[in-house]
Design a protein around this ligand. Structure first.
Ligand SMILES: [Mn+2]
Length: 267
């Protein structure tokens, strides 16, 4: 892995959300677990992963931890096993950062309280990894070629829609969530894979805006470590979670790396 030459102004390093961690212990980046208690194998794999990483420097969940989250009042009970694993991570003193995905953007204050996680509500979160600024995102806001999706996303993220949705009963919200997921599946089936991928120009502009050369995101379910030698930038994509494996990104002493977790070997 090549070393990045960065020209950073002191100003960007003093950004209020810039955290600093030493590189001694690994930091983990995962996304798109899409946890669903009825998909037991993937759920168990995630529980194993959380038990494995108790020596971590920090854990970053970059959105879509849950298949759906219709409000803290319903989610905390439905996903109680994973909530208690996450709390275990926090109790172990490991900073746990959770970003919102397009499935679980309604994670609220009770989720934070129950897990000890810091929930990031912005689409972008800039961290400092051993001196290097790294931009974290879920990734759906980078899919700007898909104008219909962006419009739909804006509607679901509006205060008006969210307060209407949360005023419904749990039963009504569960039904509505099923409808939204069906709509999303139909939408995906009608689009080309290129259209639903991130727009490279948008990625580049977000890196420039954040004065960084590395981004880590999920959402597209296309795990990869992209390097643009000409622009001197890197884009890591963490994968979605399957019954028996998942791709995550780890930062350790040799830098950032895309790795596979299969629940068998130590990580
Ligand atoms: Mn997503």
């Amino acid at each position: 892995m090549f070393l990045l030459k960065l020209s950073l102004s002191n100003q960007s390093l003093s950004a209020s959300n810039l955290k600093s961690y030493s590189p001694d212990a690994p930091a983990y980046f995962i996304a798109d677990l899409h946890l669903d208690p009825t998909r037991r194998s993937a759920y168990d794999l995630a529980l194993r992963f959380f038990k494995h990483i108790r020596q971590a420097q920090a854990v970053y969940i970059l959105g879509d931890l849950f298949e759906y989250w219709i409000g803290d009042d319903a989610g905390l009970e439905l996903y109680h096993e994973v909530i208690s694993e996450l709390l275990g991570i926090s109790i172990a003193g490991i900073p746990l950062v959770v970003m919102l995905g397009n499935r679980d953007f309604l994670l609220g204050p009770q989720f934070s309280q129950a897990t000890g996680a810091q929930v990031v509500r912005n689409d972008e979160y800039l961290i400092n990894l051993a001196g290097e600024p790294v931009l974290l995102m879920h990734g759906d806001s980078l899919c700007t070629d898909d104008a219909d999706y962006q419009e739909f996303r804006q509607q679901l993220r509006s205060h008006k829609w969210q307060s209407w949705f949360l005023s419904q009963s749990i039963e009504q919200r569960t039904e509505a969530a099923k409808g939204l997921r069906k709509q999303s599946q139909e939408h995906s089936a009608s689009k080309t894979t290129e259209l639903m991928d991130v727009a490279e120009t948008t990625v580049a502009s977000r890196m420039i805006a954040n004065n960084c050369s590395t981004v880590i995101h999920g959402h597209t379910h296309r795990p990869a470590a992209h390097t643009d030698i000409e622009c001197n930038t890197r884009r890591f994509v963490v994968g979605d979670w399957h019954n028996d494996h998942a791709f995550y990104v780890v930062h350790h002493q040799s830098g950032l790396e895309l790795c596979k977790f299969d629940g068998q070997r130590e990580i």
